[in-house]
Design a binder for this molecule. Structure first.
Ligand SMILES: [Fe+2]
Length: 433
């Protein structure tokens, strides 16, 4: 599916795309009569008065305006939780989960999101949630938009096809996709099923991190971000329009497909990125840069340098540090870390952290390599070594992640995670330097 699709390249560009030649009005956004009898409608992704480099909007030229639907009424999806997270108390314990076993029942994307942890509050436009998603059927008769935040998909198994107001994109494991807040879409597996991780960002929209002394190049390159081209459907039937609004789910009858945008222009768009194109930077002498060196996307707070949430990856890479303990150092952080593993093995935790698993190390909670990894890291011969076929990631936030009741009670939660460090012994000998 993915290879047939066309994309526009760039990050936060002012793109324009038309599925029908000359559907895009020239010279103005909202002409008295847009071409082909289309309606003009703006979707804004920032305050109107946001600074220019943070200002995001897209003009749609669509068959019907978005307001054409019946009234919303509530329904329940109790496993997709939204901040504020008050079901459980904030918890200083290090936690780890084996992969969640999905229930054996038909689930589309909206049914299949389960929240593991989160922070902040959708109502305050700050914080984020870490979910897992499962889907084994397409969204055939319903369309979704998330009023509470943008959605960063991190597929682990199976390709996902997104049909959005801006067009169609597909992502497979090793790639990510971001669907903006408010954008209507359907997500479905291109095969039998798909699953992965999902970061819901209530804060400022993800952007590329500043590069500081790294310079003009490095990390994720803007030209590798892909945005779909306009594609519309002109369908009428009995459909449902679903939204998550301030944590609650609502649905409305709609008699047509809302994916009826014939042309669009703007920079508030869905996008995808192939993580294998990440230009990984690390030491070529000794020691470790902090893991921020692996930041792909960041959602900043108003405090310079302080992230609401960072999306960070630990990809295949060369390890060349001399006279250095090469696994991640032991640490206690200001920031809180939610980690997942897409494939392979994570160097600090060769065992017990399986692909599909998760770990949570909240602010100031101690963690680092397990006893095995410590022994290997201390005794290894320090030749250049390619750390291959691995892809771990982190949602790192300035606020503590509060686990959900589901995450605390699932049998996937490892009851003795601390046991992985118990083998670390004192090697102290004041007589031996
Ligand atoms: Fe950590």
């Amino acid at each position: 599916m993915g290879s047939e699709l066309k994309y526009l390249t760039g990050f936060n560009n002012h793109f324009e795309s038309e599925a029908l030649v000359a559907a895009l009005p020239h010279g103005q956004n909202s002409p008295q009569k847009p071409p082909f009898g289309l309606y003009a409608e703006q979707l804004s992704g920032s305050a109107f008065t946001a600074l220019r480099h943070e200002n995001q909007k897209t003009w749609f030229y669509r068959i019907r305006p978005s307001v054409l639907h019946e009234a919303f009424s509530p329904f329940k999806q109790d496993l997709w939780r939204t901040g504020p997270f008050i079901d459980e108390v904030p918890n200083p314990n290090q936690m780890r989960w084996d992969p969640i076993i999905p229930p054996k029942k038909p689930m589309d994307f909206v049914d299949g999101v389960m929240t593991i942890a989160g922070n902040g509050a959708a109502a305050h436009n700050m914080g984020c949630a870490a979910h897992v998603y499962f889907m084994n059927k397409p969204m055939t008769d319903r369309f979704f938009y998330n009023s509470d935040g943008e959605l960063l998909f991190v597929p682990r198994q199976g390709e996902v096809v997104f049909r959005t107001e801006c067009g169609v994109l597909s992502v497979k494991p090793g790639e990510i996709a971001v669907i903006p807040r408010g954008m209507k879409f359907q997500a479905g597996p291109s095969g039998d099923a798909a699953e992965g991780y999902l970061c819901e960002n209530y804060g400022s929209n993800f952007r590329l991190p500043g590069l500081g002394p790294i310079g003009a190049n490095g990390l994720a390159n803007p030209r590798h971000f892909l945005t779909p081209v306009a594609a519309y459907e002109d369908k009428t039937s009995k459909f449902k329009l679903v939204t998550k609004f301030q944590g609650r789910f609502w649905e409305a009858e709609i008699d047509h497909s809302p994916l009826d945008v014939v042309a669009w222009a703007g920079n508030y768009v869905p996008y995808k990125y192939d993580l294998s194109l990440f230009n990984t930077i690390n030491t070529v002498s000794f020691d470790h840069p902090d893991p921020s060196i692996f930041t792909v996307l960041t959602s900043p707070t108003q405090t310079p340098g302080l992230a609401n949430v960072d999306f960070v990856i630990f990809p295949s890479r060369w390890m060349v540090a001399e006279n250095t303990f090469r696994p991640p150092y032991y640490h206690r952080n200001y920031m809180s870390e939610f980690m997942g593993l897409i494939y392979g093995q994570y160097d600090a935790k060769p065992d017990g952290f399986a692909p599909g698993g998760m770990s949570l190390h909240n602010a100031m909670s101690a963690h680092g390599p397990d006893a095995d990894a410590f022994k290997k890291g201390t005794e290894a011969e320090l030749n250049p070594h390619y750390y291959e076929k691995t892809l771990a990631f982190m949602f790192e936030s300035n606020q503590v992640f509060i686990p959900t009741s589901f995450a605390m009670s699932t049998p996937s939660r490892q009851k003795d995670y601390l046991g992985s460090w118990r083998g670390l012994k004192s090697h102290f000998d004041p007589k031996k330097r």
